[in-house]
Ligand binder design. Sequence first.
Ligand SMILES: C[S@@+](CC[C@H](N)C(=O)[O-])C[C@H]1O[C@@H](n2cnc3c(N)ncnc32)[C@H](O)[C@@H]1O
Length: 246
Amino acid sequence: MSVSDAFDEWARSGKDQGMERRHWHTAKHVLARMPVESEARSDSEQSSEERSDPRDEGDTVLDLGCGSGYAGRALRETKGAGRVYGIDAAPEMAHNASSYTDDPRVGFAIGDFEHLPFDDDSIDHCFSMEAFYYAQDPHAVLAELRRVLRPGGTFYCAVNRWEEHVHSHEWEELVGVPMLLWSEAQYREAFREAGFAVASQDRIPDTETEIPAESDFPTEDWETREAMVERYREYGTLLTVGVNTA
Ligand SMILES: C[S@@+](CC[C@H](N)C(=O)[O-])C[C@H]1O[C@@H](n2cnc3c(N)ncnc32)[C@H](O)[C@@H]1O
């Protein structure tokens, strides 16, 4: 099964919203860290000259592998982003994402990581949550992001499957599609090779997923409580932040 077929199925059965709820535990912390410039206020204190500066329209953000599109909605509501575009390979995901908002400054399109429908230097920041590891050619994706991001633009790449995170290794088999398994050092190296400075790399814990009492283990999904604590509270999500050095 292809990645887009798998996620079309998820979108049709409403699993996109469950995924949103789970990912939000961590995504909100990633989004809060993004240096997104908001739309300038349009009150009388601002001169017309100031308003005619295109930068006053706020930053343009791309959500790579947007799923239900929650990040775009949140970036508009919490950061006043000027414009947000979500790209997803699964048509049903892009369709659902569009149906969850009527904000004209949030748009969704069917598209592939490796062929982004944007001009060179046209995006200020890119957010991607639990999607990068589906890339068929991750180096090509980084090159494409470097093309569309303006100099100084940032890529906030959050993944909860990577080499050091031992509890994420079996997911490829569970999801049934090929998935990348880079180490933390490989992420840094690939970012640098593509022309990004690595501004930071850290693990963001999920402190909200409920972990049952010791006496409830083993559960359907977890052999031991220790493993579940490790998965959520210790490994969590790996966030690598790249800055386009062009
Ligand atoms: C696990 S979901 C995460 C969705 C969302 N970012 C979230 O946090 O809930 C991964 C998404 O990436 C999309 N995707 C995977 N590979 C892709 C590719 N090569 N191009 C575009 N989208 C892709 C899938 O269709 C899916 O909707």
